[in-house]
Design a protein around this ligand. Structure first.
Ligand SMILES: [Zn+2]
Length: 237
């Protein structure tokens, strides 16, 4: 039964624009099943969504089950908050996480780094947010090890070392610190980042890998390709 609440704009995974994009529900149907004997129920919200970015129309199902509850601690109040776990699917299936063009060059740098990054993309493809966040942090670990940082150091010390080695600037250090904190929250406390937060984490790790392992080689190649400067002659008058 459509209600105003159910027709408010929400963020969906547009087949063309990607995840976390505002969409208007142009249709809604709630499917509800109840087992009175066992006092359990399941509810599926079917939404026809219209992307605000590209006008594409797609279908979302949002499933909750009475026994599937997630308990999280509210960081501001410290209180435990219970919420139903939403299992969300889309049709047509969302586009896969876009891989950067340089990804297929990573195996020439290090096979482990490549495999880790690939697993992160695969986790993002199927919306495994917690595993993707943990994978991002592990990718950073491998990358910093390749840059000569002792793998046994804690994250903050690794970041200090990267700054010392000149592999990271102060601004990137802050970004990497937030990213590794987020990865640790997922690894140890099961924190599930939103698609927007994961997108930020991906931008940070991709920039880190690209700058340190791909761009450096390209810069050296470019340097060698540029003809040497000719000695200056006096201008003709
Ligand atoms: Zn769209």
């Amino acid at each position: 039964m459509p209600t105003d609440e159910k027709l408010k704009p929400i963020k969906g995974h547009c087949p063309d624009c990607g995840s976390g994009k505002w969409a208007d529900p142009v249709g809604h149907y709630n499917e509800y099943e109840r087992d009175d004997q066992n006092d359990i129920w399941a509810s599926t919200d079917h939404r026809i969504l219209k992307c605000r970015g590209c006008d594409k129309v797609y279908h979302q199902t949002d499933f909750i089950f009475s026994e599937d509850i997630d308990y999280q601690r509210d960081p501001s109040t410290g209180e435990e908050v219970a919420d139903y776990i939403h299992t969300i699917h889309y049709w047509p299936a969302p586009i896969k996480q876009v891989r950067p063009k340089w990804l297929n060059r990573v195996p020439t740098v290090d096979m482990d780094l490549y495999k880790l990054l690939n697993e992160v993309y695969s986790a993002l493809d199927v919306d495994l947010a917690v595993l993707a966040a943990i994978g991002i942090r592990t990718t950073f670990d491998r990358g910093s090890e390749l840059l000569g940082v002792d793998p046994s150091l804690p994250f903050s010390k690794k970041l200090d070392e990267l700054v010392k080695l000149g592999a990271t600037g102060a601004t990137e250090r802050d970004a990497l610190s937030v990213m590794t904190d987020a990865g640790s929250a997922s690894a140890h406390r099961g924190w599930r980042p939103t698609p927007e937060q994961l997108d930020t984490m991906m931008q940070i790790i991709e920039a880190f890998v690209h700058r340190n392992f791909i761009l450096r080689t390209d810069v050296t190649a470019l340097k060698n390709a540029v003809p040497a400067k000719l000695s200056k002659k006096a201008p003709h008058t």
